[in-house]
Design a protein around this ligand. Structure first.
Ligand code: NAP
Length: 246
């Protein structure tokens, strides 16, 4: 494979599994130096060991919802590499419940990780990118930004991520930074393993391609948005959902 991302330093949150791990592998295969962030260091080390492409990746234990942890993690990455070229804001959680049953804790947990976490890591990495006058930020939103039953917290966070993406595109364009969001549909990861089988079967019936997406299919889109090939795409939300919204 060519190395279009050679000399690029990439930061991926939620990199221990699912879309974050496939994204890390995809960027590393294209030549990027990987900084993999997640809550659990052992899970990260196992993820790193799962692919030879990640042999030079550096693992960072960090909770993206904690400002001091994010700040010190990004500072140590910048000290080590003197640059950050790519940020994939991918860490996310679910705490589903219908409006009438959702607790304040469930609401706050999802907003803290899926919205505030994106803000904190985005802000810290953008400060590094501004110094080099280049960079690419890819925020992982979701088809849920349109509203999904039982996901007041998650839908609000994912819609908020799109609002921030467009705001950052306006603010950071003059610093040579591209900012875009990806809105995946139903992707096969541990996050969707919690969906009851009969509900999943019904959801798949509404997908024209007739199947769930694979994490690698999202990772390939991330790699495109991280590369020079997408240099004129700015502030967009790219859907990847097997035709679910047609
Ligand atoms: P996943 O397999 O559960 O991966 C998410 C990763 O983020 C996990 O390793 C998780 O660690 C980590 N994480 C959770 N809270 C964190 C925190 N506070 N700080 C740092 N890392 C944290 O989920 P996925 O399906 O790959 O999802 C990746 C992203 O895609 C999420 O933003 C999700 O909302 C979005 N998305 C997924 C789908 C889908 O169908 N799968 C569809 C649309 C959008 P733990 O395992 O320890 O919690």
């Amino acid at each position: 494979m060519e190395s279009p991302l050679k000399n690029c330093v990439a930061v991926v949150s939620g990199a221990a599994g699912g879309i974050g791990l496939e994204t890390s592998i995809g960027l590393a295969k294209r030549g990027a130096t990987l900084c993999m962030l997640d809550l659990d260091l052992r899970a990260l080390e196992n993820a790193k060991a799962s692919s030879s492409a990640l042999q030079d990746a550096v693992c960072h234990q960090v909770d993206v919802s904690k400002a001091e942890e994010v700040e010190s993690c990004v500072q140590s990455i910048f000290r080590a590499h003197s640059r950050i070229d790519i940020l994939v804001n991918n860490a996310g959680i679910l705490r589903d419940a219908s409006l009438l049953k959702m607790t304040e804790t469930q609401f706050n947990q999802v907003i803290d990780v899926n919205l505030k976490g994106v803000f904190l890591l985005g802000q810290a990495c953008a400060k590094a990118m501004v110094q080099k006058k280049s960079g690419s930020i890819i925020n992982i939103s979701s088809v849920a930004y349109r509203g999904i039953y039982g996901q007041s917290n998650y839908s609000a966070a994912k819609a908020g991520v799109i609002g921030m993406t467009k705001t950052w595109a306006l603010e950071l364009s003059r610093h040579g930074i591209n900012v875009n969001a990806i809105a995946p549909g139903l992707i096969e990861t541990s996050m969707t393993q919690t969906i009851p089988p009969q509900v999943k079967t019904q959801m798949i019936k509404n997908i024209p391609l007739g199947r769930m997406g694979q994490a690698k299919e999202v990772a390939d889109l991330v790699a495109f948005l991280a590369s020079d090939k997408s240099s004129y795409i700015q502030g967009e939300v790219i859907s990847i959902n097997g035709g679910f919204l047609i």
